[in-house]
Ligand binder design. Structure first.
Ligand SMILES: CC(=O)SCCNC(=O)CCNC(=O)[C@H](O)C(C)(C)COP(=O)(O)OP(=O)(O)OC[C@H]1O[C@@H](n2cnc3c(N)ncnc32)[C@H](O)[C@@H]1OP(=O)(O)O
Ligand SMILES: CC(C)C(=O)C(=O)O
Length: 540
């Protein structure tokens, strides 16, 4: 499944020659992935990178290639497959990191090596054990090594917001001299206040020789809820790149939220007089995709993409909006990809209306995906009186991660109640072998009983690490979303499912994990067998 690429990517504008263009550097796949619990696999990262391309971000930071073979592979695959934006790879100021980043970026059309080194006193003394002179030397060395490979090099002075401004200016001047084309000023621990951060950018602009030879970037964390405010204060002061993530995910309290920064600059163009290249209509679908894949839910009242962001409950507001939308709406929901006029879909709707909905919401489904989504929609419409957009989105997005085989549900029965021993009976079909197996079990609750019965059918045990139930739509017949994390062979697998019946959703989420594990194990065995065959073939 791929989101529509809505419009052509316009010629890249160089912010050094256009005073009011702000570069959007997305780090959902790198800093965003540093959110505890947000790890993504290779195919999920590629799907997100494609969505970021369609959103028209300027730079995708695809990962930190030295961090792990998986990170390296993800950066390499995105560099190969996602054309348009610049692809960046992160590296410490050391040769092996820079070499690894360069290897991973080889196939990208536009590539950037992003080197970083902390500059603040606390990081120098306690973390790096380096004096100021060594910091300058290592930073210059890092940029020089990266420039030997690549024309586009970014240097980040980690913890810049807590660095002595004059020392920061010295580092920035020296890395520009060494060839850095972007200099990033991170508020790594979310400590800055907007006026102070703005003063810091002014300080660099007035104290760094040749500051105009590089783009000033900012990378703000949200520990005090200031990430967006600080980023906006910085662009007002002359920074021309914002590093941000979808839904503001990232290390600890997260990063500057892309959708908030972009929509603030767009909605208050009168104040900022700045532009980005973002296709704002792709914001909402991208937000949904990221939340679906990472399992990090967006709070209802989150600006721009929260479920309530464009909802009016109060009578006085509703009255105002009915008379004139702008009385209580400063942005149009359509501008961020949220439909304002809902086409009401229900059990009597046919394929045309459903296809219309799918296309209007920015999805491109293959014939098979469409048919599966339509059938699932009909089943849901039979069970549920009111179908909301969120119901259908859940149903389509759910298809993205679905591991349908080999084990499929034939029937589920659970029994629980006060003073009753919870029991579950399940019948599963092994699709490949056309084998039907039934098992029953007791447990500490109906879900525990259900999971034990499933373990008996598939023949192995797993450890449930996390189980979350959330209502994702409204009404008595709301759909429940189950998100689980399960440990098998020392690895964590995640599963998710949505249904009006939470026992069914629980079983499907569990089978999602079991099937994912079985499929992956089979792929590894097949790869190992192919490798062994090659070795045998290669023998003299
Ligand atoms: C602010 C940020 O978000 S920066 C990015 C943070 N992201 C991550 O750390 C996620 C990925 N990280 C990892 O997978 C690992 O930390 C690795 C692979 C990078 C390094 O792992 P290890 O070699 O085991 O080192 P570890 O993480 O324990 O310690 C970091 C080392 O890097 C050094 N270091 C930290 N930053 C830098 C830098 N910018 N340049 C050079 N060296 C650095 C530290 O001094 C320490 O060195 P030491 O081993 O000589 O004491
Ligand atoms: C590597 C840098 C940009 C970073 O993530 C930070 O300082 O938070």
């Amino acid at each position: 499944m791929e989101k529509n690429a809505t419009t052509e990517r316009p010629e890249q504008i160089d912010p050094k020659t256009s005073d009011n263009r702000v570069v959007i550097f997305d780090t959902t796949l790198r800093d965003g992935e540093q959110s505890p619990g947000a790890s993504m696999n290779l195919s999920e990262k590629i799907v997100i990178a494609q969505a970021l391309r369609d959103l028209r971000v300027d730079v995708i930071e695809a990962g930190f290639p030295i961090a792990s073979p998986g990170d390296f592979e993800a950066v390499r695959a995105i560099a190969r497959q996602v054309q348009g934006p610049t692809i960046a790879g992160l590296a410490r100021c050391q040769k092996q990191d820079i070499d690894r980043a360069w290897d991973a970026l080889q196939d990208a059309t536009h590539k950037r090596i992003h080197v970083f080194l902390a500059t603040s006193a606390i990081h120098r003394e306690y973390k790096l054990n380096m004096a100021k002179e060594e910091i300058v030397r290592r930073a210059v060395e890092g940029v020089t090594m990266a420039r030997a490979y690549c024309d586009d090099v970014e240097f980040s002075a980690e913890d810049a917001a807590r660095t002595e401004p004059d020392f920061l200016a010295e580092v920035v001047e020296r890395v520009i001299e060494a060839g850095a084309t972007t200099v990033n000023i991170p508020d790594t621990v979310g400590y800055a206040m907007p006026n102070q951060f703005s003063d810091l950018i002014h300080h660099l602009k007035s104290h760094v020789r040749d500051i105009d030879k590089a783009i000033i970037s900012v990378h703000c964390h949200n520990d005090l809820g200031m990430a967006v405010a600080n980023s906006l204060a910085a662009v007002k002061a002359g920074a021309r790149q914002i590093e941000c993530t979808i839904n503001g995910i990232g290390e600890r309290a997260g990063n500057c939220s892309l959708e908030e920064a972009v929509m603030a600059m767009r909605t208050r163009r009168d104040y900022f007089d700045l532009e980005t290249n973002i296709n704002t209509r792709a914001i909402f679908p991208t937000s949904k995709l990221v939340s679906n894949i990472t399992g990090l839910h967006v709070q209802r009242n989150k600006a721009i993409v929260g479920q309530n962001a464009f909802a009016h409950e109060a009578g006085i507001h509703q009255h105002g909006v009915l008379k004139h939308q702008e009385t209580y709406e400063i942005m149009k929901p359509e501008d961020v990809g949220i439909k304002s006029n809902q086409l009401v879909l229900g059990k009597h709707s046919g394929r045309h209306a459903f296809r219309n909905w799918v296309e209007e919401h920015g999805y491109t489904l293959s014939d098979e995906e469409f048919q599966r989504a339509f059938e699932a929609f009909k089943v849901l419409a039979d069970k549920k009186k009111d179908i909301y957009d969120a119901d259908i989105e859940a149903l389509i997005e759910g298809g993205l991660n679905r591991q349908d085989t080999p084990w499929q549900i034939v029937s589920i029965q659970t029994n629980a109640g006060t003073n009753a021993i919870p029991t579950a009976t399940i019948a599963l079909l092994h699709a490949g072998e056309n084998r039907r197996v039934e098992e029953a079990a007791c447990g500490d609750g109906p879900v525990d009983a259900l999971y034990k019965a499933i373990e008996r059918v598939v023949g192995f045990r797993v450890r449930l690490k996390d189980y979350q139930l959330r209502s994702i739509t409204r009404g008595k017949d709301a759909q429940g979303e189950i998100s689980i994390a399960v440990e098998i062979d020392n690895r964590t697998y995640r599963g998710r499912s949505v249904s009006t019946d939470i026992m069914e959703a629980s079983a499907k989420a569990f089978l999602n994990v079991i099937n994912g594990y079985i499929n992956q194990r089979e792929r590894s065995l097949a790869n190992a067998a192919a490798g062994a065959e090659q070795l045998v073939g290669a023998r003299p």
